[in-house]
Design a protein around this ligand. Structure first.
Ligand SMILES: [Zn+2]
Length: 265
């Protein structure tokens, strides 16, 4: 049986309050052995930390998401740094994220986003943590910025939907590309062509639950239970078997976070 890690979820969101335990039990049955929870605002950090501390399958990342710019307070960057320092060396705290640049939202405050982005990149450099990045319509400025901050451990470009050229730039900068349900939609033809050409060593799997529902459960709550089927559909686009792609992504994810793949099987 294939083993999977969902590298990007918001399983702490209220969408899962009614049945989180049964979702996780079902994940385990399906081989989805590890699930990452994203910190998006200072207000969800305690929640994801208590979830990750109480459950072997859950890992936490802490960050300040660009879409929630209005909710961030001036002191939040210092609070983030304090928290990362406090959890230093604790394997449950596995990355800084989710953060990045989003130029897709209405009227983005690019200057403010950039400041927040760079402050968190600085922490990733300082603390040698992987960075889990949210990038929408902002690949060029993201790549330009990453070239100025050399992240020893790289990270993940979550829900990657850029071009092959952009993918190559990220890979050169030490990043992996997070792929999920978006590619299961038949109309995503450009993405299908790019995915077919990406090097297997750069790929990791994610759902972004509860968002980004795959085509096979349209307009429903996305859950990490969908990851095995997403993997199968991605593998078909690449002319690989689902087992091959699952094994490769597991290896890539464990390498990034410095985890043992054998401990998961
Ligand atoms: Zn996210």
């Amino acid at each position: 049986m294939s083993i999977y890690i969902d590298t990007h979820t918001h399983l702490d969101f209220p969408d899962f309050d009614a049945d989180r335990d049964s979702v996780l039990a079902e994940c385990e049955r399906l081989g989805v052995r590890r699930v990452l929870l994203m910190g998006v605002t200072a207000s969800n950090w305690d929640r994801i930390w208590s979830m990750a501390s109480a459950d072997d399958r859950l890992y936490a990342a802490f960050g300040l998401h660009p879409v929630f710019l209005d909710q961030h307070q001036p002191q939040d960057l210092q609070l983030l740094r304090d928290r990362l320092d406090q959890h230093a060396g604790d394997p449950r705290c596995c990355a800084i994220g989710e953060f990045g640049l989003d130029y897709y939202i209405d009227d983005p405050d690019r200057e403010q986003q950039q400041r927040l982005f760079e402050a968190q990149l600085e922490m990733a450099v300082d603390l040698q943590l992987p960075a889990l990045l949210h990038v929408r319509r902002a690949h060029a400025p993201t790549i330009a910025t990453l070239k100025r901050y050399r992240l020893a451990r790289g990270g993940i470009i979550h829900a990657f939907s850029g071009s092959l050229e952009e993918a190559r730039e990220y890979i050169r900068l030490g990043f992996r590309l997070g792929l999920g349900g978006a590619a299961t939609w038949p109309q995503a033809r450009r993405m299908h062509r790019v995915i077919a050409q990406l090097p297997g060593t750069s790929l990791v799997l994610e759902t972004d639950s509860p968002d980004m529902a795959p085509a096979f459960t349209p307009h429903q709550r996305n859950t990490p239970q969908n990851l095995p089927r997403i993997c199968s559909e991605l593998a078909a686009l690449r002319g690989e078997t689902p087992e091959q792609l699952a094994r490769q992504c597991l290896h890539n994810t464990c390498e990034l976070f410095d985890w043992s793949a054998t401990a998961l099987s």
